[in-house]
Design a protein around this ligand. Structure first.
Ligand code: AMP
Ligand code: ZN
Length: 466
């Protein structure tokens, strides 16, 4: 079965085939760099990381571009409020963004272009739209004429009445609601609120609208027709609708073949958003003592089209789930019993591997994929006394293979004990042999205080740091 995705354009799950065999072009709307990433942003970026990793697992060469929106209404507003020049202000959040990607073990995109480095490309598209009659200049800028583009509304499924009502109006803001659908700004003439932020253009000094930025950067790096374009569902309208209009009007070609959107991360029923102030950054959660791994696990393992209600119990649940996987791999890694793997066990491994892969092929159903992994863990744990080193290695090999997709396993973490700690473990074993359980228990506690957990297996004691 081929990989299948839910395409927002058609509202249907479709087989995925890239335009060019073996290579996928993928554009993901990146962060607006006026604050630290909140975990709502991360939810969308992690869905895109899964998308990238799964396509790679299926043998595709993935060319992902993720832009940085370093010029828009919000970056200007906040850099001015803080009295810091725009480039200096956005630099702080660009650096923080890259640090956060590293902390969460993201697969980097091929290029992370900044909007401010692509103003000439944006002007080039606007000129083309002017020539073709899709755009017009006004006192305050240049606008896209939605009535001139037949396909306007095809992504967000706008109704014709809304379009007729909107065709008379204009909107200069980057963000607006479906109810106020209107001609939108491609270029905004300088106004005092912009401070010293301005570029020269054929229509006077000013700056680009937000939407044209992504059309320019995606087509520059990936060509006029992309395989995949993705973002959070709030990006669908107006941002992605407008990207389609600008790009297709300019090139006369289909802009994107598969549109993928993730549902929101919500807090107590509301979208987590910087503007609402109800957000947690990655940094907030790390400061509270949660691990990057558990945050990755939590945001990564809910199906991307299902809203995810963020709770602290949810992160604690993620920590418990990871511990279960860690313990399982740890136990397997310490098995020394020789002998061939049993048929039944091998069958279970093959079945759950197939289920995992089938789930991910089916519109990245990671929740079901994790279900298959836990089913495997449960079955093997139940028969652990029969597990041989050979079988254990097969299971570990499988987990190592899918770590390229998951990115949150704790494989092969090596940690050494001091001589004293080794001696304590040996003394504990001897104490148990001599039935001095009080001393054995005391040593177990002393080791625990040092964060070392000792467990007895048929092959002798094994330890790990908790
Ligand atoms: P922004 O920095 O606002 O441009 O957003 C960057 C990405 O995060 C976009 O793809 C948004 O759709 C996405 N996003 C913003 N808020 C949320 C949220 N609460 N849940 C999921 N994705 C979000
Ligand atoms: Zn974008």
């Amino acid at each position: 079965m081929p990989v299948r995705f839910y395409n927002t354009l058609t509202r249907a799950v479709e087989d995925f085939t890239p335009l060019q065999e073996g290579t996928v072009t993928m554009y993901t709307c990146g962060p607006t760099v006026y604050n630290f990433l909140h975990i709502g942003n991360l939810r969308t970026f992690l869905f895109e990381d899964l998308l990238h990793r799964w396509l790679r697992y299926r043998g595709y060469h993935v060319r992902q571009i993720m832009n940085l929106t370093d010029i828009d209404d919000k970056t200007i507003r906040d850099s001015r409020a803080n009295g810091i020049p725009l480039a200096e202000f956005t630099r702080i959040y660009k650096d923080a963004f890259f640090e956060d990607l590293k902390t969460l073990n993201f697969t980097p995109a091929e290029v992370f272009p900044s909007a401010t480095d692509h103003i000439p490309e944006m002007i080039g598209i606007i000129e083309k739209l002017m020539e073709k009659g899709y755009a017009y200049a006004t006192d305050d800028g240049v606008y896209f004429k939605i009535a001139a583009f037949d396909g306007y509304g095809k992504l967000a499924h706008l109704d014709k009445d809304a379009l007729r009502a909107g065709a008379s109006g204009r909107v200069a803001n980057d963000e607006y609601e479906k109810e106020t659908v209107s001609d939108f700004a491609l270029w905004k003439k300088w106004s005092p609120a912009d401070g010293d932020v301005k570029w020269q253009s054929p229509w006077g000094e000013g700056r680009p609208g937000w939407h044209i930025e992504c059309s320019a950067m995606s087509m520059k790096y990936l060509g006029e027709t992309l395989d995949i374009h993705s973002g959070g569902i709030d990006n669908m309208f107006p941002h992605h609708e407008n990207e389609i209009a600008q790009s297709e009007a300019a090139t006369g070609k289909q802009f994107v073949r598969y549109w993928l959107h993730s549902a929101h991360l919500i807090v107590e029923g509301e979208k987590m958003a910087k503007s609402k102030g109800n957000f947690f950054t990655l940094r907030d959660l790390l400061t509270k003592g949660y691990s990057a791994r558990s945050i990755r696990y939590l945001l990564y393992t809910t199906h991307y089209r299902k809203p995810l209600n963020f709770t602290f119990d949810g992160i604690k649940g993620a920590e418990a789930a990871l511990k279960r996987i860690d313990d399982f791999l740890f136990t397997l890694g310490n098995i020394k019993t020789v002998g061939a793997a049993g048929e039944g066990m091998l069958k279970t491994l093959a079945e759950q591997r197939d289920k995992f892969e089938a789930a991910l092929d089916d519109d990245l159903n990671i929740a079901e994929g994790m279900g298959a992994l836990f089913e495997l863990i449960r079955t093997v744990n139940d028969g652990m006394e029969r597990v041989t080193k050979e079988f254990a290695e097969r299971v570990i090999e499988f987990f190592s293979g899918i770590e390229s997709v998951l990115g949150f396993l704790n494989l092969g973490a090596k940690d050494e004990l001091t001589d004293e700690e080794h001696a304590m473990i040996s003394e504990r074993t001897e104490a148990k042999k001599g039935k001095d359980f009080a001393r054995a228990d005391e040593l177990r506690k002393l080791l625990l205080e040092r964060g070392i957990e000792v467990r007895d297996t048929p092959d002798g004691p094994v330890w790990k740091r908790g």
